[in-house]
Design a protein around this ligand. Structure first.
Ligand code: ZN
Length: 314
């Protein structure tokens, strides 16, 4: 038997410049760099993870920097937007902070009784800060005063080419239709964080994957055994589902559903702290053991990355 997912595990996007990405997510948004590794399928591409202090599932945005990739275009079918939670009293703080960093934003505006600021990261990835409750504790040593710091993922917004199929996949995973406002239909999973997916019932231009695109959204699955059960469930229903991969920090599989959205199903454990102490999280490049002997060669091929002073090892 499979059980409902409690919510989102992480969101992964494509960007051009790793340094610019690092500077924005740590320096402007105040997230912690919780893991640097390589794309396990393309080992000369970095994979950067940002999150709360320990990279708790439900707090992580991850990015692949592809220096030669062309710009993407927002459209269907795509995960168009990643939203992060801020405390209800923090809208003014964030408006001021974005302004101080010369980041243009829309809002604040109200949606589903929440207040929203909308902007893009330097690569064009669409982001929102949304007021709300979250069980996530802010990173106490981060650069943002803790009363205003980001509390993990709020939601993703999805534009599907087959809204009924995508809705049925969400329903199968454990997201329930809870509200609708205009062409935005809200689905919510039972967890205490990162539990929302908004489906936009909107036709329009087709998107193109590239710099500024969100590549996939991952949802949390309790363990590996259950992941295999999900694999069999989707396979038996005729979905395009990958085998289970060992990603070292978690096990996962990919589901490309007919609405055009790439979902990943990802185990909660062992988590990003499995190989290092919380104190040193994100400070060095993690490589799978099979690539360790080629570390020097791999590091030589990667775009250099200058860690912010606070992240440098002592
Ligand atoms: Zn992923």
């Amino acid at each position: 038997m499979v059980t409902d997912t409690p919510g989102i595990h992480h969101i992964t996007g494509i960007v051009r410049d790793g340094q610019r990405n690092l500077d924005f997510y740590t320096g402007v948004l105040g997230l912690r760099l919780v893991k640097q590794t390589v794309n396990f399928n393309e080992i000369f591409t970095r994979h950067l993870f940002y999150g709360d202090e320990t990279g708790t599932p439900g707090t992580s945005l991850t990015f692949f920097p592809y220096p030669a990739e062309e710009d993407g275009r927002i459209g269907q079918p795509q995960i168009t937007t990643a939203a992060l939670v801020i405390p209800p009293g923090s809208i003014e703080y964030w408006s001021d902070r974005l302004t101080a960093h010369n980041i243009e934003f829309d809002g604040p505006f109200e949606r589903f009784d929440e207040t929203v600021l909308r902007f893009t990261d330097p690569d064009g990835t669409q982001l929102e800060l949304v007021t709300g409750d979250s069980s996530v504790k802010p990173w106490p040593d981060g650069p943002i005063p803790t009363q205003h710091a980001i509390r993990g993922i709020h939601s993703v917004t999805i534009r599907s080419v087959s809204i009924f199929v995508t809705a049925s996949v969400l329903d199968t995973l454990g997201f329930e239709l809870v509200d609708q406002e205009g062409d935005r239909v809200r689905y919510q999973a039972p967890g205490d964080r990162a539990a929302i997916v908004d489906l936009l019932d909107r036709d329009g231009e087709f998107g193109r994957e590239g710099v500024g695109s969100i590549h996939h959204v991952a949802v949390r699955i309790s363990d590996e055994e259950e992941l295999y059960e999900w694999h069999n469930l989707f396979r038996d229903r005729g979905y395009d589902v990958s085998r289970v991969h060992d990603r070292h920090f978690f096990h996962s599989l990919y589901l490309r559903e007919p609405g055009g959205i790439l979902f990943e199903l990802t185990t909660e454990g062992p988590g990003l702290t499995f190989d290092v102490d919380t104190d040193t999280l994100g400070q060095s490049l993690y490589l799978p053991p099979s690539l360790e002997e080629d570390r020097e060669m791999i590091e030589g091929q990667l775009q250099p990355l200058e860690l912010p002073p606070a992240l440098k090892p002592n």
